[in-house]
Ligand binder design. Sequence first.
Ligand SMILES: *[C@@H]1O[C@H](CO)[C@@H](O)[C@H](O)[C@H]1NC(C)=O
Ligand SMILES: *[C@@H]1O[C@H](CO)[C@@H](O)[C@H](O)[C@H]1NC(C)=O
Length: 216
Amino acid sequence: MYLEEKFESLQSIYTQLINDIDFDKPSFSIAIYFIIFNPTFWNIVARLEYHTHFLSNFTGSARSGCYTLAGTIFLLGLCRDVYFKKALADQPTSPILDDDMITVTGRFCVIIGQVLVATSMWKLGITGTYLGDYFGILMDEIVTDFPFNVSSNPMYQGSTLTFIGYTLLEGKAAGLLLSFMVYSMYYFALKFEEPFTAMIYAKRDEERANRKKKAT
Ligand SMILES: *[C@@H]1O[C@H](CO)[C@@H](O)[C@H](O)[C@H]1NC(C)=O
Ligand SMILES: *[C@@H]1O[C@H](CO)[C@@H](O)[C@H](O)[C@H]1NC(C)=O
């Protein structure tokens, strides 16, 4: 096949997928709302906590503050997942995605995604998973074994993979767009979170070094 023809067939797939999305369904908009709102919310609250300690103060301790935020993020995540599912249920099936190979790929993505999310949560614990560092609850050292040796951010990558997998299982074009939004939000969240977390740990290491100096 000539390159031009390949490009045209790719373009027709793309056009077809877009045509298979029903943008008017309210569940689609609500899913988008949660996808955008959730990471924005937890980043704003975590930064506020870091600078003012308002949650630790309100709940009485850093640990209770972190658990409160963890519970809230978990519930918001549940809402997002429920609406993602509902949004897909309200959409027409895309003929291009209605294929056995795609269903198998989808199942595979969901399994890999869930393994990444579950194992990283297991390794990090609740405070490690849910922004404990902003509350001054730091990990003793960086976790480097599985799943962190196969994925730079298993929580976000696993979550994205799960959404893609579910989309392929259901064969709904709208899910591809929603999954891409999930991916984009995590991408921006990481740009915002990673330097800040690095700063928190750098500060801790500096303090540790100073304490050692004083002790000797
Ligand atoms: C909360 O803030 C008040 C007033 O700033 C302060 O007196 C109190 O010690 C704080 N409580 C905690 C648990 O940090
Ligand atoms: C990742 O670490 C696990 C142990 O936690 C090990 O069994 C596995 O082989 C490692 N994988 C890679 C790709 O290094």
